[in-house]
Design a binder for this molecule. Sequence first.
Ligand SMILES: Cc1cc2nc3c(=O)[nH]c(=O)nc-3n(C[C@H](O)[C@H](O)[C@H](O)COP(=O)(O)OP(=O)(O)OC[C@H]3O[C@@H](n4cnc5c(N)ncnc54)[C@H](O)[C@@H]3O)c2cc1C
Length: 495
Amino acid sequence: MATQDQYDVIVVGAGNAALSAATAAAELGARVIALEKAPEHLRGGNTYFTGGTLRFPFSGIEDVKDLMPDLSEEEEAGVDVGEYSQEKFYSDLMRVTEGLTDPELANILVTQANPTMKWLGRNGIKWVLMYRRQAFKIGDKYRFWGGLILEASGGGKGLADQQFEIAKAKSVEIRYEAKVASLHEDNTGRVIGVRIKGPEGYYDLYGKTVVLASGGFQANTEMRTRYLGADWELAKVRGTQFDTGDGIRMAMDIGAAPHGHWSSCHAVAWDLNAPPYGDRRLTDLFQKHSYPFGIVVNMEGERFVDEGADFRNYTYAKYGREIMKQSSRAAVQIFDAKVMELLRDEYFIPEVTSAQADTIEELAKRLDIDPAGLVKTVEEFNASVSGEEYNPTILDGKHTQGIEPPKSNWALPIDKPPYVGYSVTCGVTFTFGGLRINNKGQVQDTEETSIPGLYAAGELVGGLFYYNYPGGSGLMAGAVFGKLAGTEAAGEALA
Ligand SMILES: Cc1cc2nc3c(=O)[nH]c(=O)nc-3n(C[C@H](O)[C@H](O)[C@H](O)COP(=O)(O)OP(=O)(O)OC[C@H]3O[C@@H](n4cnc5c(N)ncnc54)[C@H](O)[C@@H]3O)c2cc1C
């Protein structure tokens, strides 16, 4: 089949970054099409599988009220959201990425995050406070921690559905089962369109500009193994099976520069028996993020990370990679009865891989952990706990002494049965390596000049995340850089 058509802006993909780009371009009056590889019933990309949480700077409850105009006085009186400045966001990003984040991209992200949240809100995205996952009740108020306060109503599913509705209302055309296979250039090197593989074969579409927003390469076993290393083909994928690095590959085929941390990725503790790709009903519920309130051991019964090094949302994205290094790529999170009420919702789904017992030795046997190893670890751990006051809403400094690795906060002895263990493996979320963009979202070639007509946003942009990641930054970066790329691409197309 051969059809030809001309658009102002062609967007590749239809996740958060793509729909932000498409909506921003359409708002400027551009004729926009979003091309999505998945069939309609599997739409939404990785965005669909998220918790719908976005990290943005806010100065207090007034910013929340701007985004949640229906917040009642009663609800307002029951929360302490604190504040989160641009400087704190910037320093968190730099701190967790070992100072490697591209400063220009970091500046755009932290300065544009709050205005972009307001833009999403004006367009109709509904937000709710994250009571379930980012707050604990202390006295009469829910206190939020870790720089995260809001999630999209309906989580990732709700966010994706709302974004599709908004894009359609702005006259964005969305075409499913349209896998973009390659980019067309003219003789000057300008990108002028795309080659698509649809259900009936290949065809071409032409546009004045193209925005790539087709995700990372986490669902491509060959690329995972090539760039992340041995055994990464065995990792479970937390989200969509469609993010196979196509946009990165097709841009590099025409000379785009690779950028960022290609040998690293966002990866978390994920249920041992989760399916190989994301489950559209359970979405993110196979994750197990409450380890700061217990200990994590390998199958030999040994601890291998500082479970309390920082708030959960500053360590979870790097600890999946530590689980990959353990025998059988497996670990067990262990809690006692004292902390069970602090565990997140995801621990209470029927599909969880867990066991309970009244002794540590019995728990070890039920979860295939070496019993002698686990008993020794728990005894040493309990004996090492210091006396500070325990408080899960702050870095309480309640730490261990004399054991390796230490536990730096929230160290309580594991001594109140029943004991519960949750078996986990490594779940890969998204890859960190990608394309280099400039401050207009234009894709850079290996000589660091812009490839005319080509823009990029979302997971496939490299340079933002190295080694680790502050929770909630992926969706925020996708929205900020998607809006930027869509605005610039439309501006160029309509000039
Ligand atoms: C389980 C889970 C939970 C998460 N929770 C959060 C969270 O709460 N907060 C947060 O900030 N981040 C979270 N993330 C990370 C977040 O999903 C990503 O950062 C973000 O969704 C990426 O958006 P994107 O638009 O770049 O990619 P995607 O949403 O994956 O969109 C890319 C789209 O491109 C399509 N595509 C791929 N190849 C082609 C092609 N050749 N042609 C056409 N289309 C193509 C794909 O089908 C897909 O629809 C989570 C991720 C997962 C998996």
